[in-house]
Design a binder for this molecule. Structure first.
Ligand code: HEM
Length: 436
C-alpha cells in the first residue's frame, strides 16, 4: 500500500501499537482514542501498512455489515488458523458461506429445546461439586469452575453418550486439556490438534455401529449442502467440531465468570435476579423453554456483563480492496481493529460507562441503542453463530445456581484484566458461596 498524499487518512501519524504488550494495550488504546478520536491510524512495530482503530459505531457497521465482503479476518487469525484448520471462524469466501449454511441447523430452536435438560444438569452438577467447599466456608475458584462447566456443556452437546463412554473406558476426559492453557501458543495448538484423532475415531465408531444420537456431532456428520446434496468433507467436519469446542466454551465461561463477579459486587441486583428465578425456575423440577424465556432481568444482567467485559475484546479485519467511508480512505491491505471493549465504554453511547446497570438493556432502552455500539457477538453475516445457545446456557446456569446459593466478594481481592485471545482476569476470581 502506498501512502499517497491524495488519500484522506484518519489522524494518528507516528503512533505505534505493540500488541505484544498485552499488559498495557487496553489502557494505551483508551488514551489514544481520547487524543485522536474514535477513528485513528497507527502502525504495528514490524509493519509498514496502516492499522485503523475504529470505535465509531457507524464505521464498524460499514465494515462488519454493509461492506463486509470487502474484509477478511485480520490480525491474530493465523494463530487461530493453526488451531482450527478451516473451521468457519477462520474460513473465507465461498468455503465460509457454504460451511456457515451447513452449520446453521445446529443452532435451531428445536436443538435449543433439546439441550435445555443438559444445561440444567450441568448447572446442578457444578453446584453439587461445590458442596463440600460451601459447607466448609471455603471460597470457590469461579474462573476454574466456569471453565469446567462450560466445557462440560459443549462436550456433552457435541458427543453426548460417547463422551461418557470415553471417560469410562480411559478414566479421564481427554478434552480437559483445553482448559489447561490460556496462552494458545503453538505448543497448545499441537496438543489440541491431536484431538483430531479422537474425534475421527468417534465418527468412525458411530458409522460402524450405525448409531446416530441426537447431538451436534451427528448433525455435523449428516450436514449436506442443500443445492448439491453433497455431504461436508470429513476433514472439515473435524475442523468444525474442534471450532465448536473452542468457540463454544471459552467465551461462555468468561461471561459467566465476570457475571458472578459483578453480581457479588452488586448484591441488590443479585437479590433481584434470585427473586426472578424463584418465580420462574424451580430449584428441583425441570423448567421448560417458556419459563427460561421469562428470565428477562437475568438476560439484561448478561448483556450488561458482556458490555463491560466482552470476551472477544477486539475484532480484527483486513481490507481486500480500497474502500471509503465518511470521508476516510481505507486502502487495500489496511488492518482494522474494532475493540468492543472500548466501544462499549465510549461515553458518547454509554453514559457513565463504568457503571454496572442492567437497565441499559431494558426492552425500551435497547431500542435507543446504536446497533454498532454493542458488539459482544459482532454484527453482520459473520456474527456469532452460537449466540442464542450461549445466552440460553448462561441464563439457565445463573437461574439454576442462584436458587441455592448467593455469592459474596472476598476482602482484598484485586482483579486485573488480561486481554489474551479472550478477555480474562489476570488471576482467577474466587468468591464466597453461601447456601440460602
Ligand atoms: C457468550 C458467549 C459467546 C461470545 C461472546 C461469542 C462471541 C463471538 C464473536 C464476537 C464472534 C465473531 C468474531 C469475528 O467476527 O471476528 C463469534 C463467532 C463465532 N462463534 Fe461465538 N461467542 C460465544 C459463544 C459461542 C458458542 C456457544 C458457539 C458454538 C457452540 C460459538 C461459535 C462461534 C462460531 C462458529 C463463530 C464463527 C462464525 C462465522 O464466522 O461465521 N460462539 N463469536
Amino acid at each position: 500500500m502506498s501512502e499517497s498524499s491524495a488519500l484522506k487518512l484518519p489522524p494518528g501519524e507516528g503512533i505505534i501499537i505493540d500488541y505484544h504488550q498485552l499488559e498495557s494495550v487496553l489502557a494505551r488504546l483508551e488514551g489514544l482514542i481520547e487524543t485522536n478520536g474514535n477513528v485513528f491510524k497507527a502502525k504495528f512495530p514490524d509493519q509498514d501498512s496502516w492499522v485503523y482503530n475504529i470505535c465509531d459505531p457507524e464505521m464498524a457497521k460499514h465494515i462488519l455489515v454493509s461492506n463486509y465482503k470487502n474484509y477478511k479476518k485480520g490480525v491474530g487469525i493465523k494463530q487461530i488458523n493453526v488451531l482450527l484448520g478451516r473451521g468457519i471462524i477462520v474460513s473465507e469466501g465461498d468455503l465460509w458461506k457454504r460451511q456457515r449454511k451447513m452449520m446453521q441447523p445446529l443452532f435451531s430452536n428445536k436443538l435449543l429445546s433439546h439441550q435445555l435438560p443438559l444445561m440444567i444438569s450441568c448447572a446442578d452438577k457444578l453446584l453439587a461439586s461445590w458442596d463440600d467447599d460451601i459447607k466448609a466456608g471455603k471460597p470457590i475458584n469461579m474462573t476454574e469452575s466456569m471453565s469446567q462447566t462450560a466445557l462440560d456443556f459443549i462436550l456433552h452437546a457435541l458427543f453426548s453418550e460417547d463422551l461418557d463412554r470415553i471417560i469410562e473406558e480411559t478414566g479421564e476426559n481427554p478434552f480437559l486439556m483445553v482448559t489447561d492453557d490460556s496462552a494458545r501458543d503453538l505448543l497448545f495448538a499441537r496438543r489440541f490438534r491431536q484431538l483430531t484423532h479422537l474425534v475421527n475415531d468417534m465418527m468412525q465408531r458411530r458409522r460402524a455401529e450405525n448409531r446416530q444420537p441426537y447431538d451436534l456431532l451427528t448433525m455435523v456428520m449428516n450436514a449436506t449442502e442443500k443445492r448439491s446434496g453433497e455431504a461436508m468433507p470429513e476433514k472439515l467436519q473435524i475442523d468444525e467440531i474442534l471450532t465448536l469446542i473452542i468457540a463454544g466454551h471459552e467465551t461462555t465461561a468468561s461471561v459467566l465468570n465476570w457475571t458472578w463477579y459483578l453480581l457479588a459486587q452488586h448484591t441488590d441486583i443479585q437479590q433481584q435476579v434470585w427473586a426472578e428465578s424463584q418465580q420462574h425456575v424451580g430449584a428441583e423440577g425441570m423448567p421448560g423453554m417458556e419459563e427460561i424465556a421469562q428470565l428477562t432481568l437475568t438476560r439484561q444482567v448478561l448483556d450488561e456483563s458482556m458490555r463491560l467485559y466482552p470476551p472477544v475484546w477486539v475484532l480484527t479485519r483486513q481490507a481486500l480492496a480500497d474502500d471509503h467511508f465518511n470521508g476516510i480512505d481505507i486502502p487495500a491491505g489496511t488492518d482494522i481493529l474494532i475493540p468492543p471493549y472500548l466501544m462499549h465504554r465510549n461515553p458518547a453511547y454509554w453514559p457513565e460507562p463504568e457503571k454496572f446497570d442492567p437497565q441499559r438493556f431494558s426492552p425500551d432502552n435497547i431500542k435507543k441503542q446504536h446497533v454498532g455500539a454493542y458488539l459482544p457477538f459482532a454484527i453482520g453475516p459473520r456474527r456469532c453463530i452460537g449466540d442464542s445457545m450461549a445466552i440460553q446456557e448462561m441464563a439457565v446456569h445463573i437461574g439454576r445456581i442462584i436458587q441455592k446459593v448467593h455469592f459474596e466478594l472476598l476482602p482484598d481481592q484485586t482483579i486485573e484484566l488480561e486481554p489474551l485471545v479472550n478477555l480474562r482476569p489476570k488471576k482467577d476470581i474466587f468468591l464466597q458461596a453461601i447456601y440460602r
